[in-house]
Design a protein around this ligand. Structure first.
Ligand SMILES: [Zn+2]
Length: 255
């Protein structure tokens, strides 16, 4: 009944127990998983996971932190992989001014190239935005990302930023941080997002929800995000699960 729209179950943190962790997710009621491959190493392993499990899908894109490693031919590689029947979006792509591991101008160029590719292919995009709200919105506008829309992953911005993204046909996705007691702004934004644009995710193995904060995250914990979201929206857990799954199915064409 739950859909985790953003996870990295192909990450090395799951090398010891990947199949068990995916089974735990299934047993916890997660019926659809979108796994994200974001660089030369993780794109092939993400697709392999989607090929192994009928309920796992993949997004493929070049992460802003790895922007400096993108070489000629990599964009064409991503374009080719987008023909794969289990690849449902381009991402995660965007800007990361927190880690700043790639120069901002390189991040910006790689972000724009992939939005153009998404428009060419008619694929939705998954946006990574860390401490770059203003520039992300500006690039999305300038590159006419509204033509394809997509997902603002683990949204951490203000309502004003959320509103601009909603206007450009984006869905707003919330992860573990919204479960933290002091997460005032994410909770306020979650309360206001139109219900037909709301998504949930884990970003496992990162951003672990309360009460497991500090431990490894995994897709089964999307239920904890769903519980928080249901409480804020005044819905039952089942209603919240159903509407967010319907949203993900509609946007990404999941089965
Ligand atoms: Zn991610």
């Amino acid at each position: 009944m739950f859909t985790d729209t953003h996870t990295h179950m192909n990450a090395e943190q799951f090398d010891e127990d990947r199949d068990e962790a995916i089974k735990r997710a299934y047993d916890a009621g997660v019926t659809r998983i979108v796994n994200i491959g974001f660089n030369r190493e993780t794109i092939p392993t993400s697709i392999a996971l989607a090929e192994k499990y009928p309920f796992v899908y993949s997004a493929v894109g070049w992460h802003p932190q790895d922007a400096k490693d993108m070489r000629p031919g990599d964009l064409e590689w991503i374009e080719e992989l987008c023909k794969h029947e289990k690849v449902v979006a381009i991402g995660e792509i965007g800007l990361d001014y927190y880690w700043d591991t790639s120069p901002k101008d390189v991040q910006n160029r790689v972000f724009r190239e992939q939005i153009r590719l998404a428009r060419k292919l008619g694929m939705p995009i998954v946006i990574h935005n860390r401490d770059a709200h203003r520039d992300v919105v500006e690039v999305l506008k300038e590159e006419r990302a509204a033509e394809v829309g997509g997902i603002m992953h683990c949204f951490s911005g203000s309502w004003e930023t959320a509103r601009q993204c909603l206007d450009m046909n984006f869905y707003i996705s919330f992860g573990g941080p919204v479960t933290f007691k002091n997460a005032k702004q994410p909770k306020e934004v979650l309360a206001q997002v139109p219900i037909d644009r709301l998504l949930i995710e884990t970003d496992a193995p990162y951003l672990t929800p309360h009460p497991y904060r500090g431990k490894r995250n995994e897709t089964a914990y999307v239920r904890l995000v769903a519980e928080t979201a249901a409480e804020i929206r005044g819905l039952s857990l089942e209603e919240l699960a159903q509407v967010t799954t319907e949203n993900a199915v509609r946007l990404l064409g999941l089965k």
